[in-house]
Each structure stands twice: as structure tokens, then as C-alpha cells.
Write a protein of this length. Structure first.
Length: 125
């Protein structure tokens, strides 16, 4: 392998983009930020410990401040869409299980995911 080939796939490599491409990418990011900042109302559910609460800090975009959330099971909250997505998509726990490979041997693997917390929107009910 040549050294030039390895330079091509180095982690710090940046792709050069034109000014128009940078402006278009920034416009798309700002549109996504506006969409994620819309407020939604829903019920927080603690699927792990019934009646429990959850305290976490969240910030999705660098220009947004960090915000700490304290949510209790079964209560209604109005939060940003980004936080609701975070609760529903990022709070899953991997369930390890024995899987069977192509030769019929048992191997360790991830059998499924268990949802720890859920945010149920009341706006569509």
C-alpha cells in the first residue's frame, strides 16, 4: 500500500466545498434546527421504573444553550421536538442474547432493544 492511499482515508481529512455548497448546507441545517425547535405536548412514561423520574441535560445545536430537564412518570410536558426525539430514540438499552451463527454455534450478540423511556405525543390523539 502506498502512503498516498492511506492519506486519502485519514480521519482528519476535510472535503473542500464551494461557497455555494457551504451556504446551501448551512440553510438546510438552519431549517432542521427550526423544525427541531417546534414545541410538542405529550406524556412522559418511565418504562424502566413505574412512577420514577428522569433528569437529563440536552443540547442538539452548538448555538443552543444546555438545558436540564426533570420529568416525572405520567405527567404532561411541552418540550421541543428534538428533546422528544431524543427520549424516544436514544434511551434504548441493548438486550444481550445468545444468537446462532451460520454453523449452528451459539455466539453472544444483541438480541433486541428495550425502551427505557417514552414520550407519547397528545397532539395526535
Amino acid at each position: 500500500m502506498s502512503v498516498d492511499f492511506m492519506k486519502e482515508f485519514t480521519v482528519g481529512t476535510k472535503i473542500k466545498r464551494s461557497k455555494e455548497e457551504k451556504i446551501k448546507a448551512e440553510d438546510l441545517r438552519l431549517q432542521k434546527r427550526d423544525e427541531d425547535s417546534k414545541m410538542v405536548t405529550g406524556i412522559f412514561k418511565n418504562d424502566e421504573i413505574k412512577g420514577g423520574d428522569l433528569i437529563f441535560t440536552h443540547r442538539l445545536y452548538k448555538e443552543d444553550p444546555y438545558k436540564t430537564y426533570h420529568m416525572e412518570d405520567g405527567k404532561t410536558y411541552t418540550i421541543s421536538l428534538a428533546v422528544a426525539k431524543h427520549i424516544n430514540n436514544m434511551t434504548k438499552q441493548k438486550e444481550h442474547a445468545y444468537l446462532v451463527d451460520k454453523d449452528g454455534r451459539k455466539i453472544n450478540g444483541i438480541g433486541s432493544h428495550r425502551q427505557r423511556y417514552t414520550f407519547l405525543s397528545t397532539e395526535f390523539m
